[in-house]
Design a protein around this ligand. Sequence first.
Ligand SMILES: Nc1ncnc2c1ncn2[C@@H]1O[C@H](COP(=O)(O)OP(=O)(O)OP(=O)(O)O)[C@@H](O)[C@H]1O
Ligand SMILES: [Mg+2]
Length: 237
Amino acid sequence: MPVLTFANTKGGAGKTTAVLILASELAGRGNRVTILDADPRGWISRWHAIAGASSLISVASVNEETIESATARAKKRGGYILIDLPSSHDALLAKAVGLADHVLIPVQGCAMDAHGGAEVLELLKELDQSCGVRIPHSVVLTRVNAAVTTRALQAAKDFLADRGIATLSTAIAERAAYRDVFDKGGLLQAMNPMEVSNLVKALDNGSRLADEVMALMPQKNARPAAATRRAPIAKAA
Ligand SMILES: Nc1ncnc2c1ncn2[C@@H]1O[C@H](COP(=O)(O)OP(=O)(O)OP(=O)(O)O)[C@@H](O)[C@H]1O
Ligand SMILES: [Mg+2]
């Protein structure tokens, strides 16, 4: 029952998109996934309300008062628990970070986002220094142009590396599929490659992200619900 919290106090950093990509891939591999939608705007809940999402994915709206009990319920259900936070810097953020086995900090390739991520890192440091609670965490770079390493992206990487911050080697590329899936509903894997450009690359990116995240998280009780696990799709050239 690993809990993964997605946090960045900068709006639009790619938290909800990263949750959806991972949920899609984990469920596609036969894992139960519970998404705790802590964003009052409810993007994930809206996506889930559109028919076609996997029965392995359940979504619950939570707030500062309910997040702990909802996490406890989700743990009983088993599988992976993903917490999608709004961009606010408040008690909800602190609770969601405190509940996490791993905090993933989506950061776009620009300094503004890196600073939003730095607020989350500051909170993690405070928890460690004041309470002795050390929560593993990593940055995941998002909306990366698949072809080019821009100067802005390099600036963000340098900013993070200078502070000794772990960054996932898999970055999330800018892909139409990741936008379109919000409107269409369902899993990324169920999208029509004739309608969505570069869907195979988007799926491959999601698969590599899930491989890396699963390796970071405690595996106990996160076994696939189905007997069979989908074989990872072939890596794009
Ligand atoms: N990798 C991506 N490829 C294409 N579009 C993306 C990608 N990541 C994010 N976007 C788009 O950028 C916008 C912001 O992304 P998202 O909602 O995931 O950010 P967020 O951090 O959850 O924002 P908020 O703080 O407002 O909750 C959305 O319109 C989303 O579709
Ligand atoms: Mg969001």
